[in-house]
Design a protein around this ligand. Structure first.
Ligand code: SAM
Length: 284
């Protein structure tokens, strides 16, 4: 790999780019980190890679060498000329100038798969941190035909996403992610790996989409809603949270359901496994 710092400075100067804070622009300048992201994504020639927020194209350049096709989704119009100038000679490169949250990814993937060349779809991104959670939840909840999601995000958020339900540092989102994917902790990334430096430490994580869910509730929506409401009020017991939020019709109903499932009525939501949430929602 060439010197990414020099290359980034050169491109920023040439195109008169100043990082736009409100778009979460922190450009990668560490060769080691770029290499680790690309390697851990395990990209093959039959893969379609969707890169969210390519920015100046630092990761894109390496993704294009390895993937069958790379589709970049970038909101900042200023980046478009740069990306087109850099990669117009690649016939496996496509760019969509749009807010990723508004893109119909299901349709996009369907269209690409229908062409018959692409087998698997992988997401790779150094995400804009101001919308980390909505992007990851969109990728998971829309049940896209993805194989994996390799992303750089804030360390604090990363640790919560990849925690194990029933153990430390969990939230409702831990359970959602666990339902859709298994996770890998790839790399902690120091702030000086970017220009400008972000205010928080970062982490690269990989989510491998499950082929089959780990639990089979009667209604997935009901189970995820139960989890969401269970975690809404910090430090409350599960029974109180679910009663206050009207998931249980009454405290008495809650006590009965928990009793029938051998769950202590003083339990806190973070002590429950996904399987237990699944059973509670089945009894509602
Ligand atoms: N991939 C580049 C890198 O690693 O150097 C840039 C990463 S930077 C952290 C995030 C990128 O996401 C920026 O290029 C920013 O313009 C883009 N972005 C911000 N909001 C977006 C959105 N809603 N949809 C698509 N891209 C967005």
């Amino acid at each position: 790999m060439e010197n990414i710092l020099q290359e980034t400075k050169f491109i920023m100067k040439k195109y008169n780019i100043k990082a736009n804070k409100s778009l979460g622009q922190n450009f990668l300048i560490s060769e080691d980190v770029v290499k680790k992201i690309v390697d851990s994504s395990n990209i093959k020639k039959e893969d379609l890679v969707i890169e969210i927020g390519p920015g100046l194209g630092t990761l894109t350049k390496y993704l294009l060498e390895q993937a069958g096709k790379v589709i970049c989704i970038e909101l900042d119009t200023k980046m478009l000329t740069i990306l087109q100038d850099r990669f117009s000679l690649y016939d496996n490169f496509k760019i969509i100038n749009e807010d990723v949250l508004k893109v119909d990814l299901k349709q996009l993937i369907k269209q690409e798969k229908e062409k018959g060349i692409i087998k698997n779809v992988k997401i790779v991104a150094n995400l804009p941190y101001y919308i980390t959670t909505p992007i990851i939840m969109k990728l998971l909840e829309e049940e896209l035909e993805l194989e994996s999601i390799t992303v750089m995000i804030q360390k604090e958020v990363a640790d919560r996403l990849i925690a194990t339900p029933g153990q430390k540092n969990t939230g409702a989102i831990t359970y959602s992610v666990y339902y859709y994917a298994t996770s890998e902790d790839i790399l902690e990334v120091p702030n000086n790996s970017f220009i400008p430096e972000p205010e928080v430490t970062s982490k690269v994580i990989k989510l491998n989409i499950r082929k089959a869910p780990p639990v089979n509730p009667k209604s997935k929506e009901k189970m995820l809603k139960t989890i969401k409401y269970a975690f809404m009020q910090k430090r409350k017991t599960l029974l109180n949270s679910l009663t206050n939020n009207k998931i249980f019709n009454s405290k008495e109903q809650g006590i009965n359901i928990l009793k029938s499932l051998n769950i202590n009525e003083n339990v806190r939501p973070e002590e429950l496994t996904l399987e237990q949430f699944s059973r509670i929602s089945d009894n509602l």
